[in-house]
Structure formats: C-alpha cells, structure tokens
Design a protein around this ligand. Structure first.
Ligand SMILES: [Cu+2]
Length: 168
C-alpha cells in the first residue's frame, strides 16, 4: 500500500456554530498500519455496526469505550454495498484527523463521516475531559441514513470513561 491518500472532504449542510472539526490531514502512515494501531475498529456490514475491537461486537447493541483526555484511533470499514454514516454529537467539538476517503456530514446536532461501500477510513482525535465529578459520559452514534429512528439497527453508544492509562 502506498503512503498517499485521497482526501475528498465535502461539507454538507454548511458549517454551523461551534463546529471545530479541523486539521484534517493524513499523518503519513499506511492505512493497514493505522488499523493495527486503532483502539476501536468498527465494521459496517449488513446494515449494522460491528464493533470488532474496543467494545461490544453484538450488532444489536453496539458500543465502544474511550478514555478521557487520551488520543484515540478509530477505524471504520464499510463492507456493505451501500454507503453508511458514522455520526455523533460527540464529534461536534472534537478536532479530528482523517486518513482515507470520506465525506464529512453535519446532520442536526451531530457531525461525522459518510463512508462509501468498500472504503475504510481512520480517524484520530483526543477525547475530551470529563466534567468534574462525572465518571462516564455516553453519547449516541448512528448512521444518519439507516439509523435515524430510535430502535433502528444502525445506532450505538460511545462511552467516555475516566482516564485509566497513564498519560505520558
Ligand atoms: Cu447506514
């Protein structure tokens, strides 16, 4: 695999309010290396999210964990024949670096990525700190095409926990 990536970032719905997704550059590593370095890997298949690393693999109840204040790498792989999205209110105020080919999407109160069939992307960001006294923070993530309605399959939860690992 080469070291160059195609970046196709398209703003849909316009930039709104406090959105600070920025600094979207590749960071020079191979996508497969990035996948290996990922603490969370999510496969989108059969119109469901399969969290195969870093969370619950059950597509009926997908969730994954992140630690507050630490760097995280998430790989998203679309193995379906239709495009899927990965959006969350969580990403509205997080600065994200993207590797791979995706379309940025900004549905109401959320932000995220649309990944075409057969494509893989990797995103890297620093998880925010928890507000004082909070042990965890939970946010929904969903596919805004197939998981918009409560009860739909393409909906899951992102769980931000207290920092457990040492910060170097
Ligand atoms: Cu979808």
């Amino acid at each position: 695999m080469g070291k160059s990536f195609l970046f196709r970032l398209v703003m849909i719905g316009g930039m709104v309010g406090s959105l600070t997704i920025a600094n979207m550059v590749g960071w020079g590593a191979d996508l497969s290396e990035l996948e290996e370095a990922s603490d969370v890997i999510i496969v989108m298949k059969d119109k469901a999210f399969h969290v195969i690393k870093g969370g619950n693999p059950d597509p009926d109840n997908p969730f994954f964990f992140m630690e507050a204040g630490l760097d995280h790498i998430i790989t998203l792989r679309n193995e379906d024949t239709v495009a899927h999205e990965f959006v969350s209110p969580y990403f509205r105020n997080v600065e994200i670096m993207l590797s791979g080919e995706a379309t940025m999407v900004f549905p109401k109160f959320a932000a995220g990525f649309r990944v075409d069939p057969g494509k893989t992307i990797t995103i890297r960001f620093t998880a925010p700190h928890l507000v004082d006294g909070m042990k965890t923070r939970q946010d929904l993530f969903w596919c805004n095409i197939h998981g918009k309605k409560p009860g739909a399959k393409m909906r899951g939860e992102l769980v931000l926990t207290e920092t457990v690992r040492d910060i170097p």
